[in-house]
Design a protein around this ligand. Structure first.
Ligand SMILES: [Zn+2]
Length: 185
């Protein structure tokens, strides 16, 4: 089974085979779920600003931003409710409304990215979509290294808040990203 992917080599998005129900373990047509399209589109946008942004945490941040953008766009924290054929499976791939600490995730980028997406989603619950999207995507665009860490990305979030918002949201960012998610200070 091929999963959807964005290729930095071709600049194109591929949606995979959507092999369910022919393949009982497959997924439904992935091009029919907006979550998937918005997620892959985010990879394309990040790649445009930061070509080759990888490294183990760079890849996880890619996934975290992609999950957050899809959920913020749709105003709904679950991903993949259509493509995962419920009731055979649980009915979703991932949720941004999670409480995962950084240390509770594995090094696999989609897994680790959940801690980032979860922190971003909880920031959105605190500050609303407009402010959270401004801070999160503003900081995403100024990541100045090809292999950012979670600590670095969080510090850029604080920098955007300091520069544009006079550190109005510093305390809530530090609580959510440092205290609750345990992203290194
Ligand atoms: Zn992805």
């Amino acid at each position: 089974m091929h999963l959807p992917t964005y290729s930095s080599g071709t600049g194109q998005i591929y949606f995979g085979d959507g092999s369910y129900p022919g393949n009982a373990n497959g997924l439904r047509d992935l091009a029919k779920e907006v979550d998937v399209i918005a997620h892959e589109f985010t990879h394309a946008v990040i790649d445009e600003y930061h070509p080759g942004m990888f490294g183990s945490e760079g890849a996880a941040l890619h996934e975290g931003y992609a999950d957050y953008f899809a959920c913020s766009l749709l105003d709904e924290p679950d991903l993949g409710e259509y493509v995962v054929p419920a009731p055979e499976k649980v009915g979703m791939i991932r949720s941004c409304d999670n409480d995962l600490k950084y240390s509770q995730t594995s090094a696999e980028p989609h897994n680790r990215g959940q801690a980032w997406a979860g922190a971003c989603w909880h920031l959105r619950k605190q500050l609303g979509k407009e402010v959270a999207d401004f801070l999160i995507f503003g900081s995403m665009l100024v990541l100045g290294t090809t292999s950012p860490t979670f600590k670095y990305a969080k510090d850029m979030l604080l920098l955007i808040d300091q520069y544009w918002c006079g550190s109005e949201y510093k305390a809530v960012i530090k609580r959510i990203f440092e205290t609750e998610r345990e992203i290194p200070v």
